[in-house]
Write a protein that binds this ligand. Sequence first.
Ligand code: C5P
Length: 239
Amino acid sequence: MKQNQPVIVALDLPNELAVRQLVERLDPALCRLKVGKELFTATGPALVKDLVRQGYQVFLDLKFHDIPNTVAGACRVAADLGVWMVDVHAAGGPAMLEAARLALEGSRAGQQRPLLVAITVLTSFNQETLHAIGVQGDVPAAVLRLAGLAQAAGLDGVVCSAAEAKVLRARFAPPFLLVTPGIRLPGAAPDDQVRIVTPRAACASGADFLVIGRPITGSADPRATLQQINAELQELNAS
Ligand code: C5P
């Protein structure tokens, strides 16, 4: 992994004040930020714009999944916020994925378009859940198939569990991006994550970006924790 800022801090916090208090202890030179459905629903686009104004690269994680025209419109508006990355569900199918990509390519003339990544199979899904919604085959097969749809539609990459990064990387070479949540520092509590890996292991498996929430947001010194993770990853890249 050669990204110079691989850590994306997940801002899973209850309100704007908590976000501001955390963000002022971080630094755009040290990390990117992820705004998900809960925070966005609570605070709307104003906070996103403000984070962008502060110099942060923001992953707007709203996981769009709708008819192609609606998703294209949502992506266009997201790009207007100045975000760095947006995501959609690969299960939305080829036409929806392509509409999303085209909408972003046409956005913000003269400025860099946001990266577009796809959700394959949510990590909360298991074999039974997949079968319950009528998907045949096992989880890795579904992940590979959906990542293939994302690549065929010209997307920049996928969000996947670190457990899947290795098999995806074997099939999808860089610059196809692998964005990986479920990261924990060695010896730390897993919280509600089931398949966790350390930052180093995720990168060694081929992940490009690591989405990290509670290990940083819940740390007594979020900046020091982030710096510790960055230092470890730099060491790995140098070795
Ligand atoms: O606190 P923690 O590090 O577990 O946060 C992980 C973040 O990544 C959360 O925002 C969670 O919603 C997100 N995520 C995940 N698993 C996925 C996709 C996103 O944990 N498959």
